[in-house]
Design a protein around this ligand. Structure first.
Ligand SMILES: [Zn+2]
Length: 277
């Protein structure tokens, strides 16, 4: 699966101090039982209404029906709370230990599983936010707060938020609704919350980028891949399905597409990297 071209590029990166970067998405967490945000698992039924994730996961919806949005998020948060990191998360953590500052993990996953697996906050760039934090929905400050402990994440009735829980979802500074610290479908990337500039900088210093388990539906992942190619780096897509990246890499000299489950690929990659360092 890992051909000589990839091995040579890894060796080159290690010798020249180039970044070895990983851009990962929902495919990494699928083996931990986390459903994807989009598609059939993203629906939310409330009363007679049936929302798509793209409708309820928006600032527009939050600003008019924050309680409904929170019900949906708490339901999702319960799923991630129960989930355990899988082999892919563990190998990414081990690769970080081996590669040190040459390693960068850019993740679209908000489920907290990289942290649970032991990946460092310093080298992990959570470009779509982090379920483990909340912030003021009114932006009275830019501060992130840990997810409130008062919220029960086991045995919850998905249609009910108690008054005690609702009180815990008030901003401690201004009293407005707190919001989940995630990038909603109608919002834009920025540096403060989503490390936009840092990630673009990393992409320009990346000698090889592994894109694993993401369809590349949003624009920052696409920009990262394009930047790496533009600077002469290699981009390797690992996905069981076709994606935007498969098309992007099809006729590129430094583009490789591998059809594999993430855990199978990463196990092989770990062996290759350990033999090179
Ligand atoms: Zn506030």
């Amino acid at each position: 699966m890992i051909n000589q071209q990839i091995v040579d590029q890894l060796r080159f990166c290690l010798e020249k101090g180039k970044k070895i970067s990983f851009l990962v998405g929902a495919g990494i967490s699928a083996e931990s039982g986390i459903p994807t945000f989009r598609g059939k698992d993203g629906y939310w039924i409330s009363g007679s209404k049936n929302y798509k994730a793209e409708e309820i996961g928006t600032y527009k919806m939050f600003s008019t029906a924050s309680r409904e949005v929170w019900k949906w998020f708490l339901y999702r948060k319960c799923t991630t709370e129960r989930a355990k990191p899988n082999q892919s998360h563990s190998i990414l953590k081990e690769l970080e230990e081996v590669l040190g500052d040459q390693f960068a993990l850019i993740s679209q996953n908000v489920d907290g599983l990289h942290r649970k697996a032991g990946s460092s906050d310093e080298r992990t760039y959570l470009i779509h936010g982090d379920f483990d934090f909340v912030r003021c929905g009114d932006e009275c400050s830019k501060e992130l707060y840990p997810f409130p402990k008062e919220i029960s994440l086991t045995n919850r009735n998905k249609n009910v938020i108690t008054e005690q829980e609702w009180a815990a979802l008030r901003c401690p500074k201004c009293g407005e609704d707190l919001r989940p610290h995630v990038l909603w479908f109608d919002e834009y990337y920025n540096e403060r919350y989503f490390k936009l500039d840092s990630v673009l900088k990393i992409s320009k210093h990346t000698g090889i980028l592994f894109i694993i388990g993401t369809s590349g539906a949003t624009n920052l992942p696409r920009q990262v891949a394009q930047n790496v190619l533009a600077k002469g780096g290699m981009v390797v897509e690992v996905n069981i399905n076709d994606s935007y990246f498969s098309d992007l890499l099809e006729h590129k000299k430094k583009g490789v597409v591998i059809r594999s489950k993430s855990s199978v690929f990463l196990t092989e990659l770990k062996g290759v990297v350990l033999a090179l360092v």
